[in-house]
Design a protein around this ligand. Structure first.
Ligand code: TMP
Length: 212
């Protein structure tokens, strides 16, 4: 039996990494083999592309060029890691996937959504996540959380607040249009409450396979 593909989405500082680690532990404790990855990145080649697109000055790439880099990295990640893992029956948890391009390069970056859809169709056909968990936090809360981190500031984190408001609205719009695939979770709750809500959603979504 093939595995399942779950993606985590949200603006900066939404708490995705913590929740991916928690879901990894939960699924592993149920005997499921889990692979965690991230975008852009996840393979040696795609990590090189991540550095190109995430580091440097904001004006380094246009939104259209960012989209092309993201899909190059995504194509390789899907081909070499995600599809083979699913074929082996493993579950794949990804920190971001195609909704990030729709939101960051489309809704916030201004690339027409129809162009992103066309490229998506060329690269992925009808391949996509079985479930997408969108961690939603108010823009200022997310940016505050990011500001307190010690990591290097990425090109995207240098954007204006209005950019992040468009990111947040874009995710909510995607959730509205894809109610079967997407679940929005209030990321302002405690980490424990968010994890429990995610576990409940996952158990409900993959009912038969997760029955104790
Ligand atoms: P991260 O900080 O969550 O690891 O993501 C790196 C940045 O890349 C984040 O600011 C969002 C951005 N991004 C896009 O703009 N488009 C994409 O398709 C992806 C996957 C990420």
């Amino acid at each position: 039996m093939s595995g399942h593909f779950i993606t985590f989405e949200g603006g900066e500082g939404a708490g995705k990494s913590t929740q991916i680690a928690a879901l990894h532990d939960f699924l592993t404790s149920r005997g499921i083999s889990v692979v965690c990855t991230r975008e852009p990145g996840g393979t040696p080649n795609a990590e090189l592309l991540r550095d190109l697109v995430v580091l440097g000055e904001t004006g380094r790439w246009s939104a259209l060029e960012e989209m092309l880099i993201m899909y190059t990295a995504r194509s390789e990640l899907v081909r070499t890691l995600i599809k083979p893992a699913l074929k082996e029956g493993r579950w794949v948890l990804s920190d971001r996937f195609f909704d990030s391009t729709t939101v960051y390069q489309g809704y916030a970056g201004g690339v027409p959504l129809s162009r992103i859809r066309k490229l998506n169709e060329i690269v992925l056909g009808n391949f996509g996540p079985d479930l997408t968990l969108i961690l939603d936090v108010p823009t200022n809360t997310g940016l505050h959380r990011v500001a307190s981190r010690a990591e290097t500031i990425s090109r995207f984190e240098k954007q204006k607040v209005t950019f992040y408001e468009q990111v947040r609205d874009g995710y909510l719009q995607i959730a509205k249009e894809n109610p079967k695939r997407c679940q929005v979770i209030d990321g302002t709750q405690s980490q424990m409450d968010v994890s429990q809500q995610i576990e409940q959603i996952v158990v409900k979504h993959f009912d038969a396979e997760l029955a104790p």
